[in-house]
Design a protein around this ligand. Structure first.
Ligand code: FJE
Ligand code: FE
Length: 296
């Protein structure tokens, strides 16, 4: 059950810990998959979280998406994106691309430098938004609001923290925060009670990352921690005496709808997936350019 933090907040406890195992994806790329099908029920509206580290010539060449949003957050290097509507750009360390695939996107996502690292999160769309026009929100590092208090720094990619708000419009209500805690620092982040929430540890000193309760067992890098629902939010402690703790805290309002996934297509029913495969194959209903377009 729940436990108190050192302040007057009651933190959610950790109910599951998942180590993000390496696996192959795209063309020669390797990702750490923190959230996959087994977590989708517990973490509705989230479908996937990959921590990628990719070097040319590996990458994610031309592929489609339908029915959800992809959020790409670059931590090191750069990722160049091109799509079948002529949209093209490169995002570098600290930049975010919030892509609404909606009814259909075909794109390539390729590394720019020697070492290219980051996170890609997939957020489901509600049934009435799955077939909307595709859209992009691109934020350069300088557009992302930052705040700091008592040895805790936050970058607000989506939602609100320390009284500052992100400019990103989230169709499925979502919070995406990048926290760095100095050694010994502690923080409590409010999260709406009904939202599902998880943290993903990017960097931590030995025994540093403690979530939910000050005496909980520490979590190592490359782990997802899933929180229970309810309570005022999430408390975190950096118990390392020498190293900073960096993690992302992601939360969202559950959609409560059936999820049928076929690779990069996520719909509500098998019939909709069959229709999507047909649309992609014949170039219909948003995939008109599928027959003609290839990335450069
Ligand atoms: C994918 C084919 C793909 N994780 N992390 C099939 F290419 C992809 C895919 C990615 C991806 C891209 C980036 Cl930039 C970072 C990623 C998968 O593009 F997810 C499936 N299912
Ligand atoms: Fe993609």
């Amino acid at each position: 059950m729940s436990s108190s933090s050192s302040q007057n907040f009651v933190s959610r406890s950790v109910i599951k810990k998942v180590f993000a195992k390496l696996q192959k994806e795209g063309d020669g790329a390797v990702v750490r998959r923190g959230i996959s099908r087994s977590e989708q029920k517990l973490l509705d509206p989230f479908l996937m979280l990959d921590e990628f580290s990719v070097s040319p010539p590996a990458g994610f060449p031309d592929h489609p998406h339908r029915g959800f949003e992809t959020v790409t957050y670059v931590l090191e290097g750069g990722i160049t994106h091109q799509d079948f509507k002529g949209h093209k750009g490169t995002i570098y360390a600290g930049d975010v691309q919030w892509m609404t695939a909606g009814r259909g996107i075909i794109h390539s996502e390729m590394p720019e430098e020697e070492i290219n690292k980051g996170l890609q999160l997939w957020i489901n769309l509600s049934s009435n938004e799955k077939m909307i026009e595709p859209n992009y929100q691109e934020l350069s590092s300088s557009d992302i609001p930052k705040a700091e208090q008592n040895g805790v720094q936050v970058k607000v990619i989506a939602g609100e923290s320390m009284g500052i708000k992100s400019p990103v419009y989230t169709r499925t209500p979502t919070m995406f925060l990048d926290f760095t805690l100095d050694p010994g620092a502690q923080f409590h982040q409010k999260v709406p009670e009904s939202w599902n929430a998880f943290a993903y540890v990017l960097e931590s000193g030995e025994g540093g990352a403690v979530f939910g309760s000050s005496n909980a067992s520490p979590v190592s890098s490359h782990n997802v921690v899933v929180f229970e629902q309810g309570n005022d939010g999430v408390s975190v402690w950096n118990k390392s005496s020498s190293k900073k703790l960096r993690f992302v805290l992601i939360a969202g309002e559950p959609l409560g709808e059936p999820v049928v996934q076929y690779g990069p297509f996520v719909m509500n029913t098998q019939a909709e997936i069959d229709m999507t495969i047909e649309d992609y194959h014949y170039g219909k209903n948003g995939f008109e350019m599928a027959k003609y377009w290839r990335s450069q």
